[in-house]
Design a binder for this molecule. Sequence first.
Ligand code: PPE
Length: 305
Amino acid sequence: MVQKVEKIWLDGKFVPWDQANVHVLTHTLHYGLAVFEGIRCYLCLDGRSAVFRLREHVDRLFDSAQIGDLKIPFSKKEILEACKETLRVNKLKEGYIRPLAFIGEGVMGVYPGDNPVRVAIATWSWGAYLGEGAIEKGIRVKVSSYTRHHVNVMMTKAKISGNYVNSVLAKREVMKMGYDEALMLDTEGYVSEASGENIFMVKNGVLKTTPLTSILPGITRDSVIQIAKAKKMMLVEERFTRDELYTAHEAFFTGTAAELTPIREVDDRIIGEGRPGPVTKDLQAAFFEIVRGKNLDYREWLDYL
Ligand code: PPE
């Protein structure tokens, strides 16, 4: 269960958690066009709280809205401030922020007419997304029987709610079989992304991640790429197949919720030693130091409350 906090920001005002409700004829509820973000705020070493790459997340929210042809009735600055204010109002030192822009009620039918675009921002505490011990030990992954979206069927660069039906189907499928996360292949059969993460593999010291063509441009993915480059690691953004992944020495997922989660098995094949490898551990340690404000080189990624 989500841990309730006091207030949710809805259309510019704070309302009590239990009153942040919508009508059942909310257009998005029927047809799935909404855009959202997932952002984390971390408690830093010095006792302050910092939101990780908030500007980039707000930019992506507006990019998603542009792709989905939704007019968000607030400025980027207003949304950015509201994200921080929602944490403050709820006295959360650490947590997850979920802005959502959706089409409200008015007309029914696929054409949304002049139905208002509404915006909500909720926050809650969120621990290890992929389960207890996932970050430390790694997880078991299964390639889903569901294919990831084709770029001309869904808009893969946008974080559109309806895109996640594919994720929910894939995730449920593999969870029922006892795995921790679903990896999906694109319409050409190459590795794309997981239900809620981007993927990296390591072979002979070279990092490889899927190009952005048909995946969500993950902000954690971008952070890891920048960290790896600063560490002078070799990195390529290149498509790869599932059999290449089976023979990887290391692999991991990146995502705001999942952070940097090692992969220890794919389709019952043990990856490397079956535990987080040296490259993964190095990047993981660097990532957690940065989000907790311990590495001043990345100070501009942090937005203190
Ligand atoms: N791909 C998908 C499909 C995806 O949903 C996410 C984030 C990513 C890649 C990584 O993006 P980024 O967070 O910018 O590094 N998934 C969000 C939703 C999780 C959920 O279950 O809800 C998240 O991690 O917040």
